[in-house]
Design a protein. Structure first.
Length: 479
């Protein structure tokens, strides 16, 4: 039924490299999941996704124009592989033999000059010493580990911090933290460390200089208002650290990956130390930034001068959380400023929230927590079936004792639905107790959903903040 017209073949665009798998991308976009055996349905879905993500394609096109060496890989490679080709330039892609594989190497030896990390507060100094007095290992398969003699958990400024290869993270209790709060994020933290510490994997001795040049080029593009060039270089700059720890990368260098992540923790501890020494209170810390209370800009400014890094600052009136990675930040104007994890999807901007699975749960919880809306009212007001949809890979899943013959399954919880079950190694686990499959959302009425189930799910999220409700009493930050 498609009109046939003469076409000049341009290039192949690997949409999966840009937006993920076809089925998952269709779920995020609210499209029908095509049967992969139906070539025409797949073609229609790909065409729709390409149109919706035209901006991503333009970014890749800009990279291909600015860096001819990437060639058609600009349209088919994942971001890490693409960043690698940009930074290598005309150099061939080779994998160097990794030295000292299997050895135990002291962190102080690995980083060199440990005295450059300075702390005034005893607890920050103790956490830093646990890293600097520790050791690291790496093997030929890319596995890396930190061995800290003082343990990986340390209380700094009253907050329990976890150290490790994944970065520094606080263990945040559930609850509501009243402000004013300041969120201090380090701009392009790991790329900035690569430049400052002159990280040089053996395959590319001028690596840090090239990364620095890319960062300068991106800043120039931002100042000039060239958003396309800035977005293109953001993909490159922010993907390079991961290639140091990627065994399949031509930049693979576990010692250098460790230098970056451990330096990041030690520098972040310096920022925390400055906040505490200045009379502030640490609220939370996570890899490349912290949230603090009762601190002016002096601590951040001093840290920026000393480290050479740049802090991006946001202020919040309140932080509502169940854990370090599940929270909603409320701005001074009372609006939702940021959501993450279980609260992702609760943004005031529906265009943002619709990207999450079953966003009505987070939206109803945030509506209650932030705006004082009744959970049941928020759930009842939605008429969009996509607000209620979950999706996940269908591997090992079955429904009515029959395997699900699809890459991804999408469903809503509805009355009269059927159980989705996962069977792995002889064990069975129920994924959804009452699932109504949603293959084609267009025209499907939201009346099929069991709204009471979503009300309970949102209430559980709220209870995760305040703790279980005593009897039928409703707790609220407005009480």
């Amino acid at each position: 039924s498609l009109a046939r017209r003469p076409r000049t073949w341009g290039r192949t665009i690997g949409l999966c490299a840009l937006v993920g798998s076809l089925a998952s991308a269709c779920c995020r976009a609210g499209l029908a999941i095509p049967d992969e055996r139906d070539a025409l349905a797949v073609a229609r879905a790909l065409a729709e996704l390409a149109q919706r993500h035209a901006g991503l394609i333009r970014v890749r096109e800009r990279l291909a124009g600015d860096y001819p060496q990437v060639d058609d890989h600009a349209y088919t490679a994942a971001s890490g592989a693409l960043a690698e080709r940009v930074v290598l330039g005309s150099r061939p892609r080779v994998q160097a033999a990794i030295a000292r594989t299997g050895e135990v190497v002291g962190v102080a030896e690995l980083l060199g000059d440990p005295e450059r990390f300075v702390y005034r507060c005893d607890d920050a100094r103790a956490a830093a010493r646990a890293i600097l007095d520790g050791s690291v290992t790496w093997d030929a398969h890319g596995r890396m580990d930190l061995h800290a003699p003082g343990g990986r958990s340390h209380r700094v400024g009253g907050v329990l911090l976890g150290l490790g290869i994944g970065g520094l993270h606080s263990e945040d209790p559930a609850g509501v933290v009243e402000g004013p709060l300041v969120d201090l994020d380090v701009a392009s933290y790991y790329p900035a460390i690569i430049v400052a510490e002159r990280i040089r994997p053996p395959q590319l001795p001028e690596f840090s200089e090239r990364v620095g040049a890319l960062m300068e080029r991106r800043l120039a593009a931002k100042r000039a208002g060239d958003r396309l060039a800035s977005d293109a270089l953001k993909i490159v700059v922010n993907s390079l650290y991961g290639q140091l720890g990627n065994q399949r990368s031509g930049l693979w260098s576990p010692p250098d990956a460790l230098r970056v992540v451990l330096t990041g923790q030690l520098r972040l501890l310096e920022l925390i130390d400055g906040v505490i020494a200045g009379g502030g209170e640490l609220v939370s810390a996570n890899t490349d930034g912290i949230v603090a209370r009762g601190v002016g800009g002096m601590a951040g400014e001093a840290w920026q001068r000393r480290s050479g890094f740049v802090l991006e600052e946001r202020t919040y009136a309140r932080l509502i959380r169940t854990s370090i990675n599940d929270y909603v930040a409320v701005g001074a104007d009372g609006a939702v400023a940021k959501t993450k994890g279980a609260f992702g999807g609760g943004d005031d901007d529906v265009r943002v929230s619709s990207r999450s699975a079953a966003p009505i749960i987070a939206r109803a919880a945030v509506g209650f927590l932030v705006h004082g809306q009744a959970i049941a009212d928020v759930v009842a007001a939605s008429r969009d079936i996509l607000d209620f949809c979950f999706w996940r890979r269908a591997r090992d899943l079955s429904i009515d004792e029959r395997p699900i013959d699809a890459a991804v399954v999408r469903w809503a919880v509805g009355r009269g639905g059927r159980a989705i079950v996962q069977r792995v190694n002889g064990t069975m686990r129920t994924v959804a107790e009452s699932a109504v499959l949603v293959e084609q959302p267009a025209g499907l009425e939201a009346a099929i959903v069991d709204r009471s189930w979503y009300v309970r799910a949102a209430q559980q999220l709220v209870d995760g903040v305040f703790g279980p409700r005593p009897g039928d009493a409703q707790q609220s930050i407005f009480d």
